[in-house]
Design a protein around this ligand. Structure first.
Ligand code: FAQ
Length: 350
């Protein structure tokens, strides 16, 4: 069996769409009054498509996001950590299921979403395209990635689309457990042997930059922040959330004894690569608190890397999408059987 991109439903933004002015004004008045929009309410085409894109991107991220940590279930260092990790990975997949349900109600069939993900037609979060080579990476993911997710999702829980807002409230409660578990794991490792501390520093270096990118491109490059904020699909800009993340995690990392690094740049601020494409790690000298504002300075991540990763050329994009595709193909006979269609045999048994 091969998976092809879906063609049935093409839901695209259309900024030339002519909406009924009276309905649009009434819709905006409801948003401005802080009301929640429900699935069967009238909504402008671009609100529906924008909300669907966000919710589908989020659903995709949850199920692909289960993969880097899922790889560690059989290698967890103790039964206690293994049980916590199994529960965590199961939570993330469950979040994906809830978010696909929210997305379906906005007009895109679930099977189409799964197929679009399998062929790279739709996106998922940049962070899940990186390897997790050590147990300290699992700790860094639960501390930093879940920490970033909570920060973003708390702001999304103040949004305008009822089904997504209610899902965010539920998900955020579960993410808080993941974050606490990550904090405990990082603390344990940083209280351990010199080798464990070194391993944690290396993992932190791998995840700090991708987590800065987690909140999306700088505001000046973000095409959707303007309209999304007007409709309260987003309630804070990418740069505001990134700054909050740094204010929360830079001092916490330093307190734990971690160092914050960045890449060496040229005079124009571009990241320097050697002939083999390698970058040089240097201390981030901008990491300090502005006593006047309380905000922490930091060096921007490598935005060229961000765009490469979200366009499908990150370190593990092919493997992550390939595994989703494999699992979609393996499960096809089960989906058919559930629907009462002729299911045939599982792959490899015919
Ligand atoms: N990665 O104009 P903007 C989790 C794309 S779940 C990939 O700023 P927007 C739990 C963006 O789609 C994490 N692509 O876009 C967990 C757009 O592409 P387009 C998932 C990104 O929509 C933890 C283009 O760049 N959370 O972590 C990223 O206003 C551990 C231009 O960007 C959500 O999805 C990115 N980081 O803002 C699970 C939350 N950033 O449409 C397992 C909901 C931007 O032009 C383990 N989503 N892009 O093709 C959002 O908050 C927003 O959609 C943003 C992007 C912030 C992602």
């Amino acid at each position: 069996m091969s998976v092809s991109a879906a063609t049935e439903t093409e839901l695209k933004m259309n900024w030339d769409a002519q909406e009924d002015p009276a309905l649009s004004a009434a819709f905006q008045a409801r948003i401005d009054a802080g009301e929640l929009i429900e699935a069967d309410d009238w909504m402008p085409h671009n609100y529906r498509v924008g909300m669907l894109r966000m919710s589908e991107h989020h659903a995709n991220s949850e199920i692909v996001g289960a993969l880097p940590e899922g790889e560690w279930i059989t290698r967890a260092p103790s039964l206690f950590r293994k049980l916590a990790l199994v529960a965590k990975v199961q939570d993330e997949v469950g979040h994906g299921q809830m978010l696909y349900r929210v997305s379906q109600d906005l007009g895109k069939p679930r099977d189409q979403m799964l197929r679009d993900l399998c062929v790279g037609k739709t996106k998922y979060h940049n962070v899940f395209n990186y390897p997790a080579p050590t147990w300290a990476d699992v700790a860094a993911i639960q501390w930093l990635v879940d920490g970033a997710a909570i920060m973003n999702q708390k702001s999304l829980a103040d949004g305008s689309y009822g089904p997504y807002v209610r899902t965010m409230r539920r998900i955020n409660m579960e993410e808080a457990f993941h974050f606490k578990s990550g904090e405990d794991m990082v603390l344990t490792l940083m209280s351990g042997t010199p080798r464990q501390k070194q391993m944690t520093q290396e993992a932190f270096d791998r995840w700090w930059g991708p987590c800065l990118m987690f909140f999306g491109p700088p505001d000046k490059e973000s095409s959707k922040t303007g309209p999304f904020m007007q409709w309260r699909i987003k309630t804070q800009t990418n740069d505001t959330l990134r700054q909050k993340f740094v204010d929360r995690f830079a001092p916490a990392a330093l307190d734990l004894g971690l160092k914050i690094h960045t890449w060496k740049r040229d005079a124009e601020g571009r990241v320097v690569r050697d002939a083999g494409g390698q970058r040089t790690v240097i201390p981030d000298d901008n990491i300090r608190m502005d006593e006047r504002t309380g905000a922490w300075g930091f060096t921007q991540p490598d935005w060229d890397e961000f765009y490469q990763v979200i366009r499908g050329a990150g370190p593990l994009n092919k493997q992550r999408v390939g595994l989703r595709r494999f699992s979609y193909e393996q499960g096809q006979w089960v989906r058919k059987a559930v629907l009462g269609q002729s299911a045939g045999l599982p792959p490899g048994r015919n």
